[in-house]
Design a protein around this ligand. Structure first.
Ligand code: DQA
Length: 140
């Protein structure tokens, strides 16, 4: 299997911002951990991060026919991006929504996701292992 692990807005700051929420590891370190996990399971993964909503939509559109699945942490776009929702709904490639933090135990606005309905599933609250568990859901 070939997966795309896609990170959205502000996730490039992981390891530097709100470390008590998102931990002290950088996105590069987390991606290396996930790449090793995919390899060990005999699968492949590509890792992309963008702060741009449009770029994320284009990446989702272009994933069709290239990837077997997308693991998506859209960051704050999760809570209001109808553009990302429509992009996910427009492609056949399944998307699993991911959050490192337990968004339901935080501010009110984080409890709403406009993406979940069009995603295959959702994993949240397990730090970097939210990504790993989402990847594993494709390998099962
Ligand atoms: C996040 C949760 C979002 O509410 C937030 O805007 C993020 C990260 C998470 O991984 O917990 O940027 O998606």
């Amino acid at each position: 299997m070939k997966l795309l692990v896609l990170n959205g807005v502000n996730l490039n700051l992981t390891g530097r911002r709100e470390r008590e929420v998102y931990g002290g590891e950088t996105l590069e370190e987390i991606n290396a951990y996930l790449a090793a996990f995919a390899r060990a399971r005999g699968h492949e993964a590509d890792f992309v991060q963008s702060n741009s909503e449009g770029a994320l939509c284009t990446l989702i559109q272009n994933a069709e026919g290239v990837y077997d699945g997308i693991v998506l942490n859209a960051g704050a776009y999760t809570h209001y991006s109808y553009a990302l929702r429509d992009a996910i709904a427009a492609v056949k490639v399944p998307v699993v929504e991911v959050h490192m933090s337990n968004v339901h135990a935080r501010e009110e606005f984080r409890k709403t996701s406009v993406l979940t309905e069009v995603c295959k599933g959702e994993v949240l609250g397990f730090g970097k292992n939210s990504y790993l568990l989402a990847m594993e859901s494709f390998f099962l």
